[in-house]
Ligand binder design. Structure first.
Ligand SMILES: Cc1cc2nc3c(=O)[nH]c(=O)nc-3n(C[C@H](O)[C@H](O)[C@H](O)COP(=O)(O)OP(=O)(O)OC[C@H]3O[C@@H](n4cnc5c(N)ncnc54)[C@H](O)[C@@H]3O)c2cc1C
Length: 447
């Protein structure tokens, strides 16, 4: 792995290196929770084979194992290779994608309210799971501060927060610009809103905790075991993998943004979109007290938004946003735009080192909603979290497992929403940078 050394200001300029600290092109979270290879013998037969070893797959596995099923989780890379150990660890109610009024316009009030309530249930379920399973993942109910990039964003956000309270009982409060220093040590914003119930966790430790619980319950999690073909038969499915085949009564596909060539059904419906993060070196406590006094999760109101947070115990800041499309993921240029955003928000960070830069893939859908269900050939799936997936994937994994079991508790408000495909789906990944550039222009020009 190549390493280079950069301060925030040097990275933002795309300029020269310093000797302060090395820059690693791998997830910060892997330092505390290094992924394990997971090379184990492939069982010949299980009740349920789960394809994809992220939060969706492991959460589904845990629910099935607790109900006495034999389960194998097949993972193409190391378990946790995908977005689940690469994300920002910001945990919301799964309701951030649409304004409430827009969701009602699109789906009608009854369906929109049911989806919003499920969103709240997702966060509640994750909290309950972490407590019940005793998973040590630096879980904190820190709340989230969403900063307004323009005065009119502040007004619109305040109205949306009222709707969220009215329709889904979600607590929030607005913070006017004059008081925002209580929330954030930056003059860049026009006030914001706080969702006190939102949470944060260490994604690497959360994934590792889930993995250990699955294995302790008798589940087999197999790394380097990419599923290549899923063949339906009379008694279930034969899954052909890179390391041989196994037979399962049921299959759950949990590959989200890493879905590719397994089954045409999913390729037509999921668009992989890159997302990137950087992490700073350990920062002085006093500086963090000034920048992020309440140690919340933070985001903004742009279409192409950035988000950040402090990491408890480590005192580093992790900062995320879009990928640098024109640069390789293991080159500093791929992260320069994130350093620039960081510097514009917190000029105080200029002399500190960036220690890690990495990226991952989120799974986008054509209706910007997550989906779960069964394909025409009887394969179960849960995917399409559109970038807000820590609570969604955990809950959808649990729910799809209940649906496999035929348990009516597996019912969700998303069950009867068709999973849309697009005639030009093959061009969608190519269009992502174009759409992002257009959105960025609109963010800058306010159009
Ligand atoms: C950079 C980044 C930042 C994010 N930040 C946040 C955040 O702060 N908050 C939030 O809520 N969400 C965030 N997300 C989204 C969230 O991480 C994901 O929605 C969630 O982790 C999805 O979990 P998953 O298990 O469905 O998929 P993944 O964790 O992506 O796992 C899918 C797995 O399937 C495997 N796979 C694919 N094909 C095969 C095959 N044929 N055979 C076997 N295995 C296969 C892949 O190797 C991969 O490991 C972020 C995502 C990214 C990329």
């Amino acid at each position: 792995m190549s390493t280079e050394s950069w301060t925030v200001s040097a990275l933002a300029r795309g300029g020269s290196q310093t000797s302060l600290q090395t820059l690693k092109f791998s997830p910060y979270w892997w330092e505390a929770a290094p992924p394990q290879a997971g090379l184990k013998p492939l069982p010949a037969r299980v009740d349920v084979a789960i394809i994809g070893g992220g939060f969706t797959g492991l959460s589904a596995a845990l629910t099935l194992l607790r109900r006495g099923r034999r389960v194998a989780v097949l993972e193409r890379g190391v378990p946790g290779f995908g977005a689940s150990t690469r994300n920002g660890g910001q945990v919301g109610s799964g309701n951030q994608k649409f304004r409430v009024k827009r969701l009602i316009e699109l789906h009608g009030e009854a369906k929109a309210v049911a989806m919003l309530k499920d969103g709240v249930a997702m966060l509640d379920y994750l909290k309950e799971l972490v407590t019940r399973e005793g998973i040590e993942c630096r879980f904190q109910q820190s709340g989230r501060f969403r900063a307004a990039m323009r005065p009119e964003h502040y007004e619109a956000m305040a109205r949306d927060m009222e709707d969220l309270r009215r329709y889904a009982g979600v607590d929030s409060f607005a913070v006017p610009r004059a008081e925002q220093h209580k929330e954030i040590g930056s003059n860049r914003f026009f006030g914001g809103s706080v969702l006190p119930g939102d949470c944060g966790l260490h994604p690497g430790l959360y994934h590792q905790g889930l993995l250990h619980r699955v294995e302790a319950a008798g589940g087999v999690v197999l790394g380097q075991t990419g599923a290549e073909v899923v063949e339906p038969g009379t008694a279930g499915f034969t899954i052909h993998t890179a390391r041989g085949k196994l037979v399962a009564r049921n299959v759950i596909v949990a590959t989200n943004g890493y879905t590719k060539h397994l089954n045409g059904y999913f390729d037509k419906r999921i668009v992989p979109v890159g997302s990137a993060l950087i992490a700073t070196e350990t920062l002085p406590q006093a500086l963090l007290d000034e920048l992020v006094p309440k140690r919340r999760m933070y985001g903004n109101t742009n279409r192409v938004f950035f988000y950040f947070r402090a990491v408890p115990e480590d005192n580093a800041i992790v900062w995320g946003g879009r990928t640098g499309h024109l640069a390789a993921a293991d080159s500093p240029r791929a992260y320069a735009h994130l350093a620039r955003d960081m510097l514009q928000t917190f000029p105080q960070l200029a002399p500190y080192a960036i220690t890690h830069g990495w990226s991952g893939q989120i799974g986008y859908t054509f209706d910007e909603l997550p989906h779960l269900g069964t394909t025409p050939s009887g394969i179960h799936y849960a995917m399409g979290y559109c970038g807000t997936g820590v609570s969604r994937s955990t809950w959808f994994g649990h729910k799809i497992a209940l649906q496999v079991l035929g348990d009516k508790e597996g019912h969700t408000a998303f069950d009867d929403i068709a999973f849309p495909s697009h005639a030009f789906h093959a061009f969608a990944p190519v269009m992502v940078p174009v759409v992002e550039t257009w959105y960025r222009i609109r963010d800058t020009a306010n159009i």
